[in-house]
Structures are given as C-alpha cells and as structure tokens.
Design a protein around this ligand. Structure first.
Ligand SMILES: Nc1nc2c(ncn2[C@@H]2O[C@H](COP(=O)(O)OP(=O)(O)OP(=O)(O)O)[C@@H](O)[C@H]2O)c(=O)[nH]1
Ligand SMILES: [Mg+2]
Length: 205
C-alpha cells in the first residue's frame, strides 16, 4: 500500500513536470542541486551573465538567497517549502506562472539544499547541475549515488579549499554511476570555471 502511494506521488509529479515543459517552451530550464552550502546560489549569481535569466529559489524558510540574486534585470521567485526537503513540479509550476517567460532564455532553479531527495523529482527541467564542493569531501559520489547518477553537469566548487580533496576518488565515484556528465571545477570567489560552465550550458540552447 505504502509503495502504491509513493508511485502515485511520482506519477502525479511527472504529469505536472510535463506541463512545465510545455509552459517553458523554448526557455531552457536548469535544476541546480547540491548539499547545503555547496555554492548553488554563488554559481547562479555568476551564471546571470549568460543573459535573459529568471530564477526560482527553493528554501525551507526565508528569502535570503532570493534577495542576493534579485537585481533590476533579474526576476526571482522565492518558494518556501516550510518542512519539505525538495522542490516538486507543482511548486515550480506556481513560480513559472509568475515569471516573464517570453523574455527569458534561461530559468535557473535553486533546489533545496539536500544531496538526497531532490533528484527523485522531475521539475520539467532540461538540465540538471549537481554542485559539490571540495571541503565536503571526495567520497560524496560513492555515498550519495542517485544525485550524481541523474546529473548532466557536475561541479566541484570551492577549489580554493581543496587541500584535503582527492579529485581522482571523486571522479571514480561519479563514473560508477554516470559515464557522461562533464566534471567541472569552479571557484566562486574568483569566477574561475564559470565561462567553461556557460559553454556547456549553451550546448542545450
Ligand atoms: N572559499 C570559497 N567559498 C565559497 C565558494 N563558493 C561559495 N562560497 C561560500 O560558501 C558559502 C555558501 O555558499 P552559497 O552559494 O550560499 O551556498 P548554497 O549551496 O546556495 O547554500 P544553501 O542555499 O544554504 O544550500 C558562502 O559563504 C559563499 O560565499 C568558493 O568557490 N570558495
Ligand atoms: Mg543558496
């Protein structure tokens, strides 16, 4: 019975995610996931320079990240999940309906900071980015495989703090579950690696 209920939750979510794809039309939607503090907001802040960007910001509480990202050219819709550990397609549909999609080439969704649940929910996105960071440790792909399995692009952020980070172990962990996704290195303090990330994103346009 419990299994059937869970299956229905995913089926309903997939239906709404498909509606989101139709709402998005030509706008490319990117779901940015990763553990709390990995650097999701910092990466999105740099990615705004790609142009014509709208942002959907997911957090349990507060609009701290939305305030950081909002500027005169960038619409940001904050979603608060209260107790929810991930965004679902229905949350995202509410936000999409508030964004000026006709003027947007990109929608970046910052998912709730969590390395487990968000990967189970299709939001209608075209690209999944997983942000890991060097101080979190290089064993994370081995310990949290589903998140890395479905990623289209994987980022190792905070490369300025990589003294204890084993790049080889991290890459091996990824290749167990994901043979294709590029693994890019970024430092949000300097912006290093962001231009390469933008080149990968533009392949989806
Ligand atoms: N040294 C260093 N600090 C970074 C880097 N990227 C982000 N930070 C810092 O790390 C902290 C967390 O960054 P955020 O971008 O807020 O991380 P987040 O993943 O959005 O965090 P949540 O939304 O809380 O899950 C902030 O103090 C950033 O300034 C980096 O490349 N190097
Ligand atoms: Mg954030």
């Amino acid at each position: 019975m419990k299994h059937e209920v869970i299956q229905k939750v995913f089926k309903d979510n997939d239906f709404i995610a498909q509606q989101n794809r139709e709402i998005l039309g030509q706008t490319v939607c990117v779901n940015v996931m990763g553990a709390p503090g990995a650097g999701k907001t910092s990466i999105i802040q740099h990615l705004k320079k790609i142009g014509e960007v709208g942002i959907i910001e997911g957090d349990l509480a507060t609009d701290i990240d939305a305030q950081k990202l909002r500027d005169s050219e960038t619409s940001v819709i904050q979603l608060n999940t209260i107790t929810g550990c991930h965004l679902n397609a229905s949350h995202v549909q509410q936000a999409l309906n508030k964004l000026p999609l006709k003027n947007l080439k990109w929608v970046f969704i910052e998912n709730v900071g969590n390395l487990v649940c968000p990967s189970n929910f299709d939001l209608g996105e075209e690209i999944r980015i997983v942000v890991a960071s060097a101080p979190q440790g290089s064993d994370k792909p081995l310990k949290y495989p589903p998140m890395f399995r479905t990623a289209n692009i994987i980022i190792i952020n905070k490369t300025d703090l990589d003294a204890d980070f084993d790049y080889e172990e991290f890459e091996k962990g990824i290749r167990n579950v994901n043979t294709n996704a590029p693994i890019l290195r970024t430092n949000c303090k300097t912006g290093k690696g962001i231009d390469e990330l933008i080149l990968y994103l533009k392949k989806y346009q």
